[in-house]
Write a protein that binds this ligand. Structure first.
Ligand SMILES: [Zn+2]
Length: 462
């Protein structure tokens, strides 16, 4: 008789962030009820972190879960792990080596941000350094394609998802059937990473859909586009401010700007990286050359310091951050917090938005309603804290560094496994993006697909 399992869509369904799925398998030896595997335990991110559900109880009992598999080190996939441990999880946490290494500084940074939010909203502290340490003590690292037997004949394998360094799809196999949770999937746009692996022979897929309804410009001319923006800023004698995630996007940009400067394609000017977190993560990156694309791996292993150049200055504290603002232009500032939602980027924005000689460059996904998104959409007056700031600078966007597959790539990704797929669950997207992708998978590929809502469960034959 065919075994049945249930997927619970606790988070990351009907929204981009808060990834949290539970695979509950019946008829596993040694388990009276179900054998439960959690996939990701992320924070919900929005404009107001304290109003959302991050503080709510988990909808399952953490102590009953023997395994947590982590797809990648983005806070919307890992941000509630210390809370999970604080609330009783004692199982094994498994990810790639690069994901584990980068997760610790990310969680410490997020703890500080959440602490400030909690204070502002009168909430309890979500977790402490001790909770993070307890989580790290349960955390094991493996490499891509290293099969790990879990329980009851279930095997885990991590596959490269090409999204950020060490990012993985989690593939579970039992009795000849398989299910893959994609986490986030890259579209081959990072200058540093290998492309996502194609899937074949998979029965079920739980997949992301951030750009499910969009076609992104391809990577062909993106370095030239960046070159143009840097040159234009130099010509106008302004500041080029690039808000960027500390993990992957900052390193992609550092690599690109370094290339432009080393090849003398743009004038030499100081490049400030205002994110102590990004500095730590950049140090981690070079310890894992095996996760880079082959040409980059060879350069790193050959001793080339691919993120270092004479113009680069890491900004360590708030005082140095202010000095970077006051330093003569032209200059480039890459600042933490990719969605312009907080962090030090706010202070820089105050200066840059008011300055007609300067440019704000958006390079990544911007959540609906975020300041970054509204600026790209032509916002004329921004509110930074309580302050009203007229937007006088240039606002540019280069999307060809996107860390996600676009709508066409996602359909093609499913197409490669279409022969074997029984059903696709489309998650981690805004509702319009997810429903568009569902429709395309049904119409173009004839594969059963649906976009579950948060809290929903689905039965599968697994
Ligand atoms: Zn991600």
């Amino acid at each position: 008789m065919q075994k049945q399992s249930t997927i619970y869509f606790y988070g990351g369904a009907g929204s981009v962030t808060g990834s949290n799925f539970l695979l509950a398998l019946s008829e596993v030896e040694g388990f009276d009820s179900e054998f439960k595997i959690l996939i990701d335990c992320g924070l919900q991110q929005g404009e107001h972190t304290c109003q959302d559900s991050n503080w709510n109880p988990f909808l399952f009992e953490p102590k009953d879960i023997p395994f947590l598999i982590v797809t990648h080190a983005h806070i919307d996939h890992i941000g509630r792990i210390p809370l999970l441990v604080k609330r009783g999880f004692k199982g094994r946490i498994i990810s790639t080596e690069a994901t584990k290494a980068v997760s610790e500084p990310l969680l410490l940074d997020s703890m500080e941000l959440l602490g400030r939010e909690a204070e502002r909203c009168g909430n309890d502290i979500l977790y402490t350094e001790a909770d993070i340490a307890a989580a790290m003590a349960l955390w094991e690292d493996i490499t891509y394609h290293q099969p790990v037997p879990l329980e009851g004949g279930v095997t885990l394998e991590l596959l490269n998802s090409g999204h950020i360094l060490g990012s993985a799809m989690a593939k579970f196999t039992r009795g000849g059937k398989s299910i893959v949770f994609t986490g986030d999937i890259g579209g081959g746009n990072s200058p540093l990473l290998k492309e996502a692996e194609p899937l074949r022979g998979v029965d079920y897929l739980v997949m992301e859909s951030v750009y499910g309804n969009r076609i992104q410009p391809q990577k062909d001319h993106r370095r030239e586009a960046l070159e143009d923006v840097v040159e234009d800023t130099a010509r106008r004698g302004g500041t080029l401010l690039i808000p960027a995630f500390s993990n992957e996007r900052t390193q992609d940009l550092l690599f690109e700007v370094r290339t432009l400067m080393v090849e003398k394609r743009v004038p030499s000017m100081p490049v400030y990286v205002d994110s102590p977190l990004a500095e730590k993560i950049t140090e981690s990156f070079v310890k894992f050359p095996q996760y880079f694309a082959d040409d980059i791996r060879k350069r790193v292993e050959g001793g080339e310091r691919i993120f270092n150049f004479a113009e680069l200055r890491y900004v360590s504290d708030v005082e140095a951050s202010r000095k970077a603002d006051q330093a003569p232009s032209p200059k480039i500032i890459i600042a933490g917090s990719g969605m312009s939602n907080g962090g030090r980027v706010r202070e820089h924005e105050m200066h840059v938005l008011l300055d007609p000689k300067s440019t704000l460059l958006i390079v990544g996904y911007q959540a609906a309603g975020s300041l970054g998104r509204r600026l790209v959409e032509g916002l004329k007056t921004a509110y930074i804290g309580k302050e009203k700031v007229p937007v006088k600078c240039k606002v540019e966007a280069i999307y060809a560094y996107s860390a996600h597959m676009d709508g066409e790539q996602l359909v093609e990704f499913v197409n490669q496994a279409a022969d074997s797929l029984k059903e696709v669950f489309v998650v981690m997207g805004e509702p319009a993006a997810s429903s568009t992708l569902v429709q395309r998978i049904r119409d173009y590929l004839g594969v059963k697909a649906l976009a579950p809502e948060a809290g929903e469960k689905q039965m599968i034959e697994f």
